[in-house]
Design a protein around this ligand. Sequence first.
Ligand SMILES: Cc1cc2nc3c(=O)[nH]c(=O)nc-3n(C[C@H](O)[C@H](O)[C@H](O)COP(=O)(O)O)c2cc1C
Length: 382
Amino acid sequence: MSRPVLRTPLCDLLGIEYPVILAGMGSSGTTPAVARAELVAAVSNAGGLGVIGGAAFPPDELRREIRKVRDLTDKPFGVDLLLPTLGQLPPASGGGEGAGRDWRELVPGDIREFVLRLKRQFDLPDVQPEAMPRFTPDYIQRQMEVVLEERVPVFASGLGNPAPFVPDLHRQGARVIALVGNVKNARRVADGGADVVVAQGYDAGGHTGRIGTMSLVPQVVDAVAPTPVVAAGGIGDGRGLAAALCLGAVGVWVGTAFLVAEESPLDPELKQRILEASEEDTRVTRIYSGKTMRNITNPLIEEWERAGVPTLPFPFQGAIIREVTYAAQKAGRKELLMNPAGQVAGMVRRIRPAREILEDMVAQAAEVLARVLPSRVQASPP
Ligand SMILES: Cc1cc2nc3c(=O)[nH]c(=O)nc-3n(C[C@H](O)[C@H](O)[C@H](O)COP(=O)(O)O)c2cc1C
């Protein structure tokens, strides 16, 4: 079968064949990153842009993953990191105010009590994960150094503003992508020098904002023009890709649809839950990270939300919930683990190679745009 053709300015900007980007899906808390070398290379080799979900990779592991991608493809690829506002983060390990203190001492007693109660309620073993949350300014700085040293072709920030790193990235010819969930942040990252703004809507899996994709994309397109915009959140097939282009986007950033790719390393049981989910089976919660995150819902989410107990700010909530999820993982209780996925989970039904997911998406979008939509436009009678 001949390969479908669908080109937008994004293809020239990033040096790719199709305007489809694999979302940089990072670690699911206790399970490793989903967008790892095999899936990343599969998407890049199929003509899209694979992006490593690098957020939870310590610097040396990130370097290894980048090199693994290079062993598997000579096509462009990217690395996605989270760049939260540095002032809101815990101090670097080994220095600064609070260094050397166990962060658990800073957790309010009632939240700590509640977490211990959850462990008992779900009959989980009394095992303890490592003490310190990873996201410190020092950790992020060292991750960025790896991205620069390895001369990664595309850098994506999944959170925060990449502006401080843009000059160095541009100097070595890298392109910079920044994810946003509202117009204010879109303007901020575009002003900061991002080459592409990803407008990610409420439907999305993982960390997500409050504005629906359909409303957000055209508003971001207008706000940051002429900076190109890519749509994210709820794009699962060619109809979604075509719709994104109609809204003024030049491409799509796709997470959930690739979560169930053959090359995705997601735990088979968590993958199966996504395949079985309906459009109503996800829930936005702060319990896993402290920021709003869309997950396949589970008894742990339901219990915390029912109890109405407040959550800690990012990244401390991720550290405190690990007390429960680490124990759940040790006990093989996968139904309690974080399983981020978007509302589009309801239309993801089969495990397929990433290439097939991508090529079907492109072919269907081309069909909609070239034949279905033009056939609906009638010339008005004279
Ligand atoms: C399992 C999972 C992990 C994610 N991890 C990250 C991440 O580490 N960094 C990031 O920028 N976005 C992350 N996201 C959000 C995606 O980048 C993307 O915006 C979202 O998946 C798009 O919506 P969709 O799932 O409907 O395709 C994650 C999403 C999922 C489903």
